[in-house]
Design a protein around this ligand. Structure first.
Ligand SMILES: NC(=O)c1ccc[n+]([C@@H]2O[C@H](COP(=O)([O-])OP(=O)(O)OC[C@H]3O[C@@H](n4cnc5c(N)ncnc54)[C@H](OP(=O)(O)O)[C@@H]3O)[C@@H](O)[C@H]2O)c1
Length: 279
Protein backbone atom coordinates (compact mmCIF):
# COMPACT_ATOMS: atom_id res chain seq x y z
CA UNK A 1 0.00 0.00 0.00
CA UNK A 2 2.07 2.90 -1.27
CA UNK A 3 0.03 6.00 -0.45
CA UNK A 4 -1.16 5.90 3.14
CA UNK A 5 -2.57 9.43 3.42
CA UNK A 6 -6.30 9.37 4.19
CA UNK A 7 -6.38 5.60 4.87
CA UNK A 8 -8.08 4.27 8.00
CA UNK A 9 -6.33 2.07 10.55
CA UNK A 10 -7.58 0.04 13.48
CA UNK A 11 -4.83 -0.30 16.09
CA UNK A 12 -5.14 -2.61 19.11
CA UNK A 13 -3.07 -2.08 22.24
CA UNK A 14 -3.49 1.66 21.68
CA UNK A 15 -3.63 2.69 25.34
CA UNK A 16 0.04 2.41 26.39
CA UNK A 17 3.46 1.03 25.58
CA UNK A 18 4.24 0.64 21.88
CA UNK A 19 0.65 1.41 20.79
CA UNK A 20 0.78 5.22 21.21
CA UNK A 21 4.17 5.34 19.42
CA UNK A 22 2.79 3.30 16.51
CA UNK A 23 -0.27 5.58 16.50
CA UNK A 24 2.01 8.62 16.24
CA UNK A 25 3.81 7.06 13.24
CA UNK A 26 0.50 6.19 11.54
CA UNK A 27 -0.76 9.73 12.18
CA UNK A 28 2.48 11.11 10.72
CA UNK A 29 1.53 9.38 7.46
CA UNK A 30 -1.89 11.06 7.50
CA UNK A 31 -3.74 7.86 8.49
CA UNK A 32 -7.00 8.14 10.48
CA UNK A 33 -6.92 5.88 13.52
CA UNK A 34 -9.34 3.88 15.66
CA UNK A 35 -7.52 3.13 18.91
CA UNK A 36 -8.59 0.06 20.85
CA UNK A 37 -7.76 -1.32 24.32
CA UNK A 38 -9.66 -1.89 27.55
CA UNK A 39 -8.65 1.33 29.35
CA UNK A 40 -10.93 4.07 28.02
CA UNK A 41 -9.28 6.93 29.89
CA UNK A 42 -5.82 6.06 28.57
CA UNK A 43 -7.17 5.66 25.04
CA UNK A 44 -8.77 9.10 25.16
CA UNK A 45 -5.46 10.63 26.29
CA UNK A 46 -3.64 8.98 23.38
CA UNK A 47 -6.33 10.22 20.97
CA UNK A 48 -5.99 13.77 22.40
CA UNK A 49 -2.23 13.64 21.92
CA UNK A 50 -2.76 12.99 18.21
CA UNK A 51 -4.85 16.14 17.80
CA UNK A 52 -2.00 18.13 16.23
CA UNK A 53 -2.16 15.85 13.19
CA UNK A 54 -4.77 16.59 10.59
CA UNK A 55 -6.47 13.20 10.97
CA UNK A 56 -9.60 11.68 12.50
CA UNK A 57 -9.17 9.57 15.65
CA UNK A 58 -11.60 7.55 17.70
CA UNK A 59 -11.00 5.70 20.97
CA UNK A 60 -13.01 2.49 21.29
CA UNK A 61 -12.78 0.42 24.48
CA UNK A 62 -12.60 -3.27 23.59
CA UNK A 63 -11.40 -6.56 25.04
CA UNK A 64 -9.46 -8.58 22.50
CA UNK A 65 -10.43 -11.84 24.23
CA UNK A 66 -14.16 -11.21 23.78
CA UNK A 67 -15.65 -11.83 20.31
CA UNK A 68 -18.74 -9.64 20.91
CA UNK A 69 -16.46 -6.81 21.97
CA UNK A 70 -14.40 -7.23 18.78
CA UNK A 71 -17.54 -7.23 16.65
CA UNK A 72 -18.59 -3.97 18.31
CA UNK A 73 -15.08 -2.56 17.77
CA UNK A 74 -15.28 -3.22 14.03
CA UNK A 75 -18.81 -1.82 13.71
CA UNK A 76 -17.87 1.33 15.62
CA UNK A 77 -14.68 1.80 13.57
CA UNK A 78 -16.54 1.50 10.27
CA UNK A 79 -19.35 3.74 11.56
CA UNK A 80 -16.82 6.44 12.51
CA UNK A 81 -14.10 6.14 9.86
CA UNK A 82 -15.99 4.46 7.00
CA UNK A 83 -13.56 1.62 6.23
CA UNK A 84 -10.74 -0.38 7.77
CA UNK A 85 -7.80 -0.25 5.34
CA UNK A 86 -5.13 -1.24 7.86
CA UNK A 87 -5.35 -3.51 10.90
CA UNK A 88 -2.48 -3.39 13.39
CA UNK A 89 -2.74 -6.34 15.81
CA UNK A 90 -0.53 -4.92 18.54
CA UNK A 91 -2.23 -5.81 21.87
CA UNK A 92 -0.43 -8.46 23.87
CA UNK A 93 0.54 -9.60 27.36
CA UNK A 94 3.57 -11.33 28.80
CA UNK A 95 4.13 -12.97 32.15
CA UNK A 96 7.64 -14.19 32.96
CA UNK A 97 7.66 -17.02 35.50
CA UNK A 98 8.38 -20.71 35.85
CA UNK A 99 5.91 -22.57 33.65
CA UNK A 100 4.81 -24.70 36.56
CA UNK A 101 3.81 -21.62 38.55
CA UNK A 102 1.30 -20.49 35.88
CA UNK A 103 -2.26 -21.64 36.50
CA UNK A 104 -4.09 -23.25 33.54
CA UNK A 105 -6.31 -20.14 33.53
CA UNK A 106 -3.27 -17.90 33.23
CA UNK A 107 -1.97 -19.97 30.30
CA UNK A 108 -5.38 -19.71 28.60
CA UNK A 109 -5.44 -15.93 29.15
CA UNK A 110 -2.05 -15.44 27.47
CA UNK A 111 -3.10 -17.58 24.49
CA UNK A 112 -6.52 -15.90 24.19
CA UNK A 113 -4.98 -12.42 24.25
CA UNK A 114 -1.86 -12.92 22.14
CA UNK A 115 -2.89 -15.58 19.63
CA UNK A 116 -6.67 -15.99 19.51
CA UNK A 117 -7.25 -12.22 19.80
CA UNK A 118 -5.40 -11.21 16.60
CA UNK A 119 -6.64 -14.31 14.75
CA UNK A 120 -10.31 -13.70 15.56
CA UNK A 121 -10.13 -9.93 15.01
CA UNK A 122 -8.47 -10.49 11.62
CA UNK A 123 -11.14 -13.06 10.68
CA UNK A 124 -13.83 -10.47 11.49
CA UNK A 125 -12.10 -7.61 9.61
CA UNK A 126 -11.12 -9.65 6.56
CA UNK A 127 -14.53 -9.72 4.77
CA UNK A 128 -14.47 -5.87 4.65
CA UNK A 129 -11.00 -5.91 3.11
CA UNK A 130 -11.85 -8.71 0.66
CA UNK A 131 -14.93 -6.82 -0.49
CA UNK A 132 -12.76 -3.80 -1.28
CA UNK A 133 -9.88 -5.94 -2.65
CA UNK A 134 -7.48 -3.89 -0.58
CA UNK A 135 -6.01 -3.83 2.91
CA UNK A 136 -3.01 -4.58 5.08
CA UNK A 137 -2.77 -6.59 8.29
CA UNK A 138 0.28 -6.08 10.51
CA UNK A 139 0.73 -8.26 13.58
CA UNK A 140 3.13 -7.70 16.44
CA UNK A 141 5.04 -10.87 17.27
CA UNK A 142 8.40 -10.85 19.05
CA UNK A 143 11.96 -12.07 18.84
CA UNK A 144 10.67 -14.51 21.47
CA UNK A 145 8.57 -16.05 18.69
CA UNK A 146 11.75 -16.89 16.75
CA UNK A 147 13.45 -18.59 19.70
CA UNK A 148 11.57 -19.51 22.84
CA UNK A 149 12.93 -17.98 26.02
CA UNK A 150 12.94 -19.85 29.32
CA UNK A 151 10.36 -18.65 31.84
CA UNK A 152 8.39 -17.14 28.96
CA UNK A 153 7.47 -20.30 27.06
CA UNK A 154 3.74 -19.61 26.77
CA UNK A 155 4.37 -16.11 25.42
CA UNK A 156 6.91 -17.58 22.96
CA UNK A 157 4.37 -20.17 21.82
CA UNK A 158 1.82 -17.47 21.01
CA UNK A 159 4.35 -15.27 19.24
CA UNK A 160 5.75 -18.21 17.22
CA UNK A 161 2.16 -19.07 16.29
CA UNK A 162 1.61 -15.54 14.96
CA UNK A 163 4.69 -15.79 12.72
CA UNK A 164 3.51 -19.00 11.01
CA UNK A 165 -0.11 -17.81 10.94
CA UNK A 166 1.10 -14.70 9.10
CA UNK A 167 3.08 -16.83 6.66
CA UNK A 168 0.09 -19.03 5.85
CA UNK A 169 -2.42 -16.21 5.62
CA UNK A 170 -0.10 -14.12 3.48
CA UNK A 171 0.22 -16.91 0.91
CA UNK A 172 -3.54 -17.52 0.97
CA UNK A 173 -4.35 -13.83 0.37
CA UNK A 174 -1.63 -13.23 -2.23
CA UNK A 175 -3.96 -12.57 -5.16
CA UNK A 176 -6.54 -10.57 -3.18
CA UNK A 177 -4.84 -7.17 -2.81
CA UNK A 178 -4.42 -7.70 0.93
CA UNK A 179 -0.93 -7.67 2.47
CA UNK A 180 -0.03 -9.53 5.65
CA UNK A 181 3.06 -8.71 7.74
CA UNK A 182 4.56 -9.63 11.07
CA UNK A 183 6.98 -7.58 13.17
CA UNK A 184 9.37 -9.26 15.64
CA UNK A 185 10.87 -6.71 18.04
CA UNK A 186 13.55 -7.68 20.52
CA UNK A 187 13.70 -5.88 23.88
CA UNK A 188 12.19 -2.39 23.47
CA UNK A 189 13.52 0.49 25.60
CA UNK A 190 11.60 3.42 27.17
CA UNK A 191 8.00 2.18 26.96
CA UNK A 192 6.16 -1.13 27.01
CA UNK A 193 6.24 -4.49 28.72
CA UNK A 194 10.02 -4.79 28.89
CA UNK A 195 10.69 -1.17 29.89
CA UNK A 196 8.47 -1.52 32.98
CA UNK A 197 10.99 -4.04 34.40
CA UNK A 198 13.52 -1.21 34.56
CA UNK A 199 16.35 -3.63 33.69
CA UNK A 200 18.94 -3.72 30.90
CA UNK A 201 18.60 -6.43 28.26
CA UNK A 202 21.43 -8.97 27.88
CA UNK A 203 24.15 -7.31 25.79
CA UNK A 204 24.17 -9.95 23.08
CA UNK A 205 20.54 -9.15 22.22
CA UNK A 206 20.58 -5.41 23.01
CA UNK A 207 17.61 -3.04 23.03
CA UNK A 208 15.71 -1.31 20.25
CA UNK A 209 13.52 1.79 20.45
CA UNK A 210 9.72 2.04 20.12
CA UNK A 211 10.21 4.50 17.25
CA UNK A 212 12.16 1.86 15.28
CA UNK A 213 9.35 -0.65 15.84
CA UNK A 214 6.80 1.95 14.67
CA UNK A 215 8.88 2.69 11.57
CA UNK A 216 9.01 -1.04 10.82
CA UNK A 217 5.20 -1.14 10.93
CA UNK A 218 4.95 1.69 8.38
CA UNK A 219 7.61 0.14 6.13
CA UNK A 220 5.88 -3.26 6.26
CA UNK A 221 2.62 -1.66 5.07
CA UNK A 222 4.21 0.48 2.35
CA UNK A 223 6.51 -2.23 0.97
CA UNK A 224 4.38 -5.26 1.85
CA UNK A 225 7.16 -6.97 3.83
CA UNK A 226 6.37 -10.41 5.25
CA UNK A 227 8.57 -10.38 8.34
CA UNK A 228 10.73 -7.77 10.03
CA UNK A 229 13.02 -8.38 12.99
CA UNK A 230 13.67 -5.16 14.91
CA UNK A 231 16.63 -5.73 17.17
CA UNK A 232 20.20 -4.45 17.21
CA UNK A 233 21.85 -7.63 18.51
CA UNK A 234 23.79 -10.27 16.64
CA UNK A 235 20.59 -11.60 15.11
CA UNK A 236 22.21 -13.04 12.01
CA UNK A 237 24.70 -14.99 14.14
CA UNK A 238 21.84 -16.25 16.31
CA UNK A 239 19.73 -17.26 13.30
CA UNK A 240 22.67 -19.10 11.76
CA UNK A 241 23.39 -20.98 15.00
CA UNK A 242 19.73 -21.93 15.31
CA UNK A 243 19.63 -23.11 11.69
CA UNK A 244 22.68 -25.35 12.29
CA UNK A 245 21.08 -26.89 15.38
CA UNK A 246 18.58 -25.46 17.90
CA UNK A 247 20.63 -26.90 20.78
CA UNK A 248 23.67 -24.79 19.77
CA UNK A 249 21.57 -21.65 19.95
CA UNK A 250 20.14 -22.64 23.34
CA UNK A 251 23.64 -23.19 24.73
CA UNK A 252 24.76 -19.88 23.24
CA UNK A 253 21.88 -18.05 24.96
CA UNK A 254 22.64 -19.76 28.26
CA UNK A 255 26.24 -18.48 28.21
CA UNK A 256 25.34 -14.95 27.12
CA UNK A 257 23.12 -14.12 30.07
CA UNK A 258 19.69 -14.50 28.45
CA UNK A 259 18.67 -17.40 30.72
CA UNK A 260 19.88 -15.57 33.83
CA UNK A 261 18.00 -12.47 32.77
CA UNK A 262 14.69 -14.32 32.47
CA UNK A 263 15.23 -16.35 35.64
CA UNK A 264 15.82 -13.12 37.58
CA UNK A 265 12.60 -11.68 36.21
CA UNK A 266 10.73 -14.91 37.00
CA UNK A 267 11.96 -14.72 40.61
CA UNK A 268 10.73 -11.11 40.87
CA UNK A 269 7.32 -11.92 39.37
CA UNK A 270 6.79 -14.98 41.54
CA UNK A 271 7.63 -12.87 44.56
CA UNK A 272 4.92 -10.46 43.40
CA UNK A 273 2.47 -13.35 42.92
CA UNK A 274 3.12 -14.52 46.47
CA UNK A 275 2.26 -10.94 47.46
CA UNK A 276 -1.20 -11.52 45.91
CA UNK A 277 -0.94 -9.78 42.48
CA UNK A 278 -1.77 -12.23 39.71
CA UNK A 279 -0.47 -9.98 36.91
N1 LIG B 1 7.87 -3.99 24.70
C1 LIG B 1 8.67 -4.94 24.23
O1 LIG B 1 9.85 -5.05 24.61
C2 LIG B 1 8.12 -5.89 23.19
C3 LIG B 1 9.03 -6.74 22.53
C4 LIG B 1 8.55 -7.62 21.59
C5 LIG B 1 7.21 -7.66 21.27
N2 LIG B 1 6.35 -6.82 21.92
C6 LIG B 1 4.92 -6.89 21.55
O2 LIG B 1 4.45 -5.60 21.26
C7 LIG B 1 3.05 -5.51 21.57
C8 LIG B 1 2.82 -4.29 22.47
O3 LIG B 1 3.53 -4.51 23.67
P1 LIG B 1 3.85 -3.35 24.71
O4 LIG B 1 5.26 -3.48 25.10
O5 LIG B 1 3.33 -2.05 24.21
O6 LIG B 1 2.94 -3.87 25.94
P2 LIG B 1 2.16 -3.03 27.06
O7 LIG B 1 2.83 -1.74 27.34
O8 LIG B 1 1.93 -4.00 28.17
O9 LIG B 1 0.76 -2.70 26.34
C9 LIG B 1 -0.08 -3.76 25.98
C10 LIG B 1 -1.29 -3.19 25.27
O10 LIG B 1 -2.19 -4.28 24.98
C11 LIG B 1 -3.49 -3.95 25.51
N3 LIG B 1 -4.17 -5.16 25.96
C12 LIG B 1 -3.72 -6.12 26.82
N4 LIG B 1 -4.68 -7.04 27.03
C13 LIG B 1 -5.76 -6.66 26.31
C14 LIG B 1 -7.07 -7.18 26.13
N5 LIG B 1 -7.49 -8.30 26.76
N6 LIG B 1 -7.92 -6.52 25.31
C15 LIG B 1 -7.52 -5.38 24.68
N7 LIG B 1 -6.32 -4.83 24.80
C16 LIG B 1 -5.44 -5.45 25.63
C17 LIG B 1 -3.20 -3.02 26.67
O11 LIG B 1 -4.31 -2.17 26.92
P3 LIG B 1 -5.34 -2.34 28.15
O12 LIG B 1 -4.60 -2.94 29.30
O13 LIG B 1 -5.81 -0.95 28.35
O14 LIG B 1 -6.42 -3.23 27.62
C18 LIG B 1 -2.05 -2.18 26.11
O15 LIG B 1 -2.55 -1.17 25.29
C19 LIG B 1 2.69 -6.83 22.25
O16 LIG B 1 2.05 -7.69 21.34
C20 LIG B 1 4.03 -7.40 22.67
O17 LIG B 1 4.02 -8.80 22.76
C21 LIG B 1 6.78 -5.94 22.87
Amino acid sequence: MKNLKGKNALLTGGSRGLGPVIAEALAGEGINIALAARSEEELNKVADNLSSHNIRTVAIPADITDEASLQHLIEKTIETLGTIDILVNNAGIEWVSRYVSLSPDHIRRIIKTNLMGPMVLTRLVLPHMLERKSGHIVTMSSLGGKKGSPYSATYAATKAGLIEWTSGLRQELKETGIGVSVICPGFVSNVGMFAVYDKRAPRIVGETTPEKVARAVIRAIKKDIQETIVSPGAIIVMKLLDAIHPAIMSTFLRYTGVYDFYRGQADDNEEELRGGDSG
